[in-house]
Ligand binder design. Structure first.
Ligand SMILES: Cc1cc2nc3c(=O)[nH]c(=O)nc-3n(C[C@H](O)[C@H](O)[C@H](O)COP(=O)(O)OP(=O)(O)OC[C@H]3O[C@@H](n4cnc5c(N)ncnc54)[C@H](O)[C@@H]3O)c2cc1C
Length: 337
């Protein structure tokens, strides 16, 4: 039994202060739907939990301003079922509704979702209890220990953004939709408040896969803002081993702006195939100014996987991912009619 201290913060300032007093062994906790799991698995071993779930005003959903603004403590279901979000930004709503389960989405926050860690089984189930490395080596869990997924059972692993140190997939659906929407993350810490584009929030593994997010110890996510660009013609398309309650094998968040059958702009981000929420710029370029047909959509999808580096068992993700992009493009374009 490991003792854990617990503080319930009633303001952002109190939370940041409590964290600073403990240091790197503290963790914020919001819905607790993933942190408690990781503690039971001994992957995360904080000595002090700072509960931010009661901070007033951090769960506000504001759709009336210049941007959509979601407080970090807004629940996944609250955001997904906000009528304006459902109607005008289906890509956001669908990314949330295709994640986890109703019960989890009623507990889990949209801020905590951004910081969930990979579901790589070697990372999650490998900690063990006695040795430092655990049952399996994992550079994300124990830097420098190696990667059991490379050359191991890698069917669910990444083929884009991989390194020789890590091939773990970024698990979230919501961050993929936010990447297609060019969202920003508002962060508050001891040094004040800053705003980071989501494209700068996630770190490629390189040779430091344990450093996953550009957020410092003690900083707290306060809100997520999304530009109010027209997005009715959008979708989040997710393929998984079963049709509910499963993480993506491949997913695509797509937002298109059409002029008749011509694609004026397309914004495409991918999940389930990459080490970070992956913006598919090459596919976007392949579509610009062209008439959208199923053939062109598939061709564009294929360009997204030109640099793919599959392992032993996940080569199928290139073809699956291209087809997911193609289907998502046709669904999104149909919504502009
Ligand atoms: C069985 C299961 C299936 C799931 N399936 C999916 C799925 O298909 N798709 C998907 O996207 N997700 C899925 N999830 C993950 C789920 O969406 C996340 O667990 C949830 O969004 C995390 O939110 P939370 O508020 O519970 O975070 P917590 O567990 O409270 O915290 C998560 C992390 O974020 C930190 N944190 C929380 N809030 C803040 C904040 N405001 N500022 C700074 N740090 C913070 C915590 O310290 C912790 O490190 C699944 C989870 C489970 C258990």
């Amino acid at each position: 039994m490991r003792p854990i201290d617990y503080t319930r913060a009633d303001s952002i300032a109190a939370a940041v202060e409590a964290f600073a007093a403990v240091g790197a062994d503290a963790r914020y906790i919001a819905g607790g739907t993933t942190l408690y799991d990781l503690m039971k698995l001994r992957v995360e071993q904080p000595t002090h939990l700072i509960d931010v779930s009661g901070i007033t005003g951090l769960n506000t959903i504001d759709t009336n301003g210049d941007v959509l603004r979601f407080g970090a403590l807004a629940l996944m279901n609250e955001v997904a079922y906000t009528p304006f979000v459902r109607e005008e930004y289906p890509v956001l709503s669908e990314s949330l509704l295709k994640a986890a389960s109703q019960q989890l989405r009623n507990m889990a926050t949209v801020g905590g979702n951004l910081l969930q860690r990979t579901r790589c089984p070697y990372f999650r189930n490998g900690a063990g209890s006695s040795s430092t490395v655990g049952v399996y080596p994992c550079n994300k869990r124990v830097p420098g220990s190696g990667c059991a997924a490379i050359g191991g059972l890698d069917r669910g692993h990444a083929i884009l953004g991989v390194s020789d140190a890590c091939v773990a997939v970024s698990p979230g659906d919501w961050p993929v939709a936010l990447t297609a929407m060019d969202a920003s993350i508002e962060i508050h810490g001891p040094a004040g408040t800053r705003t980071l584009p989501i494209s700068d929030f996630y770190r490629l593994p390189g040779d430091t896969p344990h450093l996953e997010f550009n957020i410092d110890h003690g900083e707290i996510i306060t809100a997520i803002s999304v530009p109010k660009t027209p997005s009715r013609s959008s979708t989040y398309h997710k393929i998984r081993d079963r049709e509910s309650f499963a993480f993506a094998l491949a997913s695509a968040a797509v937002v298109v702006e059409m002029e008749g059958a011509i694609v004026r702009t397309a914004r495409i981000a991918l999940g389930g195939v990459a080490t970070v929420p992956w913006r598919a710029h090459s596919a976007e370029e392949a579509l610009r100014g062209k008439q959208l047909t199923p053939d062109l959509a598939l061709q564009a999808g294929r360009t997204a996987f030109g640099d793919a580096r599959p392992g032993q068992h996940n080569g199928f993700k290139s073809d699956l991912g291209a087809r997911v992009i193609a289907d998502a493009l046709m669904i999104a374009a149909e919504r502009s009619a």
